[in-house]
Design a protein around this ligand. Sequence first.
Ligand code: PEP
Ligand code: MN
Length: 338
Amino acid sequence: MIIVMQLNATDAQINGVVSEIRKAGLKEHISRGSELVIIGAIGDENKLEPAHLEILPGVERATRVTKQYKIVARDSHPAGSIVKVRGIPIGGNQIQIIAGPCSVETQEQMNLSADAVAAAGCRMMRGGAFKPRTSPYAFQGLGVEGLEYFQQAAKRHNLPIVTELMDVRMLDTFMEYDVDVIQIGARNMQNFDLLKEVGRVNKPVILKRGLSATIAEWLMAAEYIAAGGNHNIIFCERGIRTFETTYRNVLDVTAIPVLKRETHLPVIVDPSHSGGKAWMVPALSQAAIAAGADGLLVEMHPNPCDAWCDADQALTPEELKKLTVTLGAIAGAIGRSI
Ligand code: PEP
Ligand code: MN
């Protein structure tokens, strides 16, 4: 930890900081410049709290030098890790496109969706049975009945399913229905109790970025899951809220290389909730793959005009198929495959 003293800090104040550092079992290294004194606290800095030092007289600021996240940090696994979903790798050379409707509506809609997902060559399917809606009067998802329809449809093509868990009380049900990948939505990225619970199960988790979460907050949220023993975590950038109102969210492409550097875990992108319009999805998907994303989470509906949720952003089955072909060319150009 680095402690920067105020310009006029006295020797007594410097000694006060030094004694706190020693009390925590660390050693001090004092660097006296012509104007400022900077104190390095050497040792296990987790034993010191910056806020605890910042209230001492004469201290300007205290900053950690090591990262708070450990298990998810790339340092813990420099080669990068692959999360396997029923044998399908996420994070390796092959890029996975997870497609499907925003929400589960009917058995027929799910069957048609599964057919389209398989026809486009995608190996995994998405669909929400529990929907986080802004309005309490909007369709909230079919609930458990939706999980039933989803599994029935996905089984026809042996597609692993990805679905959102909003409430910790439904975790046992998710396990009973053998959900393959648990999605933690943007609105729950910092629902720490939910994160702790999914950290205890042996199921891959897609952790979406919070609406205005920083990269550090997102990594710490993943660390909550990892700390419970579940290291099968996939980050999903889904756009962040900014001053711009022309599109639903701003896809933070920069987050892709930054996360790939900070963590060994796979990083995927949701181009649908980023732009919020189907016509934006191809461009955002191409940018994501070119920037190094390990996969996509894309909304597709057999008949977008009839979608009960997020109709504007759903691709048609034909558009999904076309997209996978284009992305194959981009993947090839960067030495990967679809
Ligand atoms: C979703 O993927 O269906 C969803 C609700 O996304 P987000 O949590 O990113 O808003
Ligand atoms: Mn949606």
